[in-house]
Design a protein around this ligand. Sequence first.
Ligand code: ZN
Length: 381
Amino acid sequence: MIKKATKNTSPRKTTAPLKNQAQSMTVQQARQQLNITVDLIPNTNSNRPGTPLQAKKVTIHNTDNDSAGADARAHAKYMKGTDAQQRKVSWHFTVDDGSVYQSLPVNEVGWHAATHAGNTTSLGIEICENQGINQTAANTRAALLTALMLYELHIPLAGNVVQHHDWSGKNCPHMLRATAGGWTAFLAEVKAFYDAFSADAPHSHLAALSHHAPVHALDVAPAGKRLRPRVSAAAFRFGGAAHAEGVSGVQSDILSTEFGGGSEAGMPSAYGGIVDPDEPQASLPARVPSSQRRVVVTNPANGRSVECLVNDVGPWNTHDAYWNTGSRPAAEAQHQNGDVAENGQVPSNEAGIDLTPAAMLALGVHGPVNTRKVRVDWEFV
Ligand SMILES: [Zn+2]
């Protein structure tokens, strides 16, 4: 089932309009639709205090900025600058009609609610209102993000989506508050999306094993081409407070798929023995020396990290040591361009690392075994 994709696909695709009529939706589908860019405030900035947060609520805001261009990306950039530090403001997500930018990990406190109680118990989501925005689309995107956060962070829906106004009395989110029935409609959208996640939960269609063929079968097809330069790692923070910004050797924003569990349980490892689904293990698309058999993998969406034994070769490619060359994983371009990978297949995703079920759980990624995906940062220990 090899299909040829269009050439010159842009790296970041435009997202389709969101709809909330879906009967069921996976977390992965939601993240795909949300189009989240993780662009964290540097952890050396004062408006990212690093205070641990276990969110119990989600606080909704409007940006109160109707300038042209005051979109999600612009607000993420703003939060990294000096003015936001002087004003002591920060929040987790900014949402416009086409994208979401994440500025803080969901397990760190932001300064958005104007009260200690609000800041230390809730995630902050700002909805843009810039000139020319499709406000309905932005509100729907924010509702989907809110539902996803409730679902992923195990926050009960009832009573836990609140307005900035509820904390401090400020007229915020003023757009939703000014529209008759606006807040009620927003909450109804959140509930519809939340129910869609819950409806999906019992499904269990195991992914085909195809992307992780045994390594001995792999030295046949032509090597994949690398077409894209490595993105800057500077915007991504790795692994909690102990690590500095932009450390060389951190591989940022790498798609991870899952391997070694479910019907793959007991699969042989390219390094000998078997892959253990109950241990945090990883697979990289080139054989590594014994000195590089351990990696730390971080989920930047929640700050969780796990140390993994590198215990197989794959996904898709077997000689793609992108970590040595400063390249992106070859599967990214292969997937976009419809090119054949080293295992003889056109990759059905951009994965540059695989993780076992135990590693996925440690990173807080939920869902049916062997279907989970997450964008991670990783580096050798
Ligand atoms: Zn507000």
